[in-house]
Write a protein that binds this ligand. Structure first.
Ligand SMILES: Cc1cc2nc3c(=O)[nH]c(=O)nc-3n(C[C@H](O)[C@H](O)[C@H](O)COP(=O)(O)O)c2cc1C
Length: 139
């Protein structure tokens, strides 16, 4: 079973309320742990940026499940590739909150200082995730 990484962006929907993030992380960690999935989730109260890595079929079925979730919308796949190694192997779903998505971090990979993965190239979004995993405390 090939190791695969999928990175996508999405937008918070009107159905989302602030306490949902805890529920999302709890459910994600429970499912991901049993499926061999690791990853990182960034959220700034407007946009999500998530990397999922693990067995290819588990990534595909998990992504499909996430697409059915009414708490976000406009899902956009930024990257889908078979990989040789994990970048986020320490976390079943690590969380990067808004406080860690600082202007200098964002400005390094985007045209502006506001975190908006829809205005970033796929490559830059993936590089930002990788950078964050090494430089900010992951919750
Ligand atoms: C932005 C976002 C990220 C999510 N990430 C994951 C994830 O990594 N793994 C997962 O199983 N569910 C994730 N979910 C939750 C799923 O969409 C879905 O609600 C959940 O898997 C359903 O689990 P249940 O059938 O046990 O209730 C995410 C939801 C959102 C909105």
């Amino acid at each position: 079973m090939f190791l695969t990484r999928l990175v996508y962006a999405s937008k918070k929907s009107p159905k989302f309320c602030s306490s949902d993030i805890d529920d999302i992380l709890e459910t994600a960690r429970k499912h991901n742990g049993s499926l061999g999935i690791t990853g990182l989730l960034c959220f700034n109260r407007q946009y999500f940026l998530q990397a999922l890595e693990g067995p290819r079929s588990a990534i595909n079925s998990t992504y499909y499940r996430i697409t059915q979730d009414k708490r976000h919308s406009d899902m956009l796949i930024l990257s889908y590739e078979e990989i040789r190694e994990r970048n986020y192997g320490s976390w079943n779903m690590g969380y990067v909150p808004e406080s860690s998505l600082t202007a200098p971090q964002t400005l390094k990979y985007s045209i502006g200082s506001e975190f908006d993965p829809f205005s970033m190239s796929s490559k830059s979004a993936c590089m930002l995730l990788n950078d964050l995993s090494k430089t900010v405390p992951i919750i």
